[in-house]
Write a protein that binds this ligand. Sequence first.
Ligand code: ATP
Ligand code: MG
Length: 235
Amino acid sequence: MSEPQVLVEIKHLSKSYTRGDQDVPVLMDITLDIPQGDFIALMGPSGSGKSTLLNLIAGIDKPSSGLLRVAGLDIAELSESELADWRAQNVGFIFQFYNLMPVLTAFENVELPLMLTDLSRSERKERVQLALGLVGLSDRMTHYPNELSGGQQQRVAIARAIITDPTLIVADEPTGDLDKKSAEDVLNLLRKLNDEMGKTIIMVTHDPGAVKAAKHVTHLEKGELIEKTKVMRDA
Ligand SMILES: Nc1ncnc2c1ncn2[C@@H]1O[C@H](COP(=O)(O)OP(=O)(O)OP(=O)(O)O)[C@@H](O)[C@H]1O
Ligand SMILES: [Mg+2]
């Protein structure tokens, strides 16, 4: 069998923030390849740089030095507006606190990323219904976020993350605010996206239960990768 293609290629990547005249190093010399179709969990203590690394890979932030390619594209070289377009087309985001728009229904929240595409209204409707069906919320489409449980809100967020059929899904502590049962539902969904739809997923988590859903786990400590991709389940 041939090796899967590398989707995310990271070489000697560093990130520091400048505060006043001080340089605050946050990530040091990270080298990591993430193959297409992987489901990787990123663990490490608070402040170790997990969200920073995830945000770099997702094109929310830019590295200070080093190489960062996604699907062969040097995303660190893009301008802010090119990067925004690239994100909209290639990355699905899932956050700890769901980040749904409170004034929009579940349907409208999931439809939002499609407003930037040239799909017609009826094409959008079809896709949104399909995505909400996939996460088991066909009967909650007209509900507002405050009329949904935390687990349901996170499933709406997952539907929103996959609606544009992105190359990459990034999740920052997706089960961090959920009870055990809802967390399991969310993890089963992520597994399904990975197994059945071939989505590449990078998930930051503190939750040992969540790690079990992943194919690989990697640990960060004080901005350094200390353990590279231990296999969790059949890759
Ligand atoms: N905009 C910024 N300016 C300066 N320092 C920052 C900035 N953003 C993050 N940091 C610093 O970078 C370090 C890593 O932050 P990051 O959010 O990546 O940690 P984390 O591993 O995700 O932690 P947690 O588990 O608590 O979410 C922290 O020490 C933080 O203070
Ligand atoms: Mg974080």
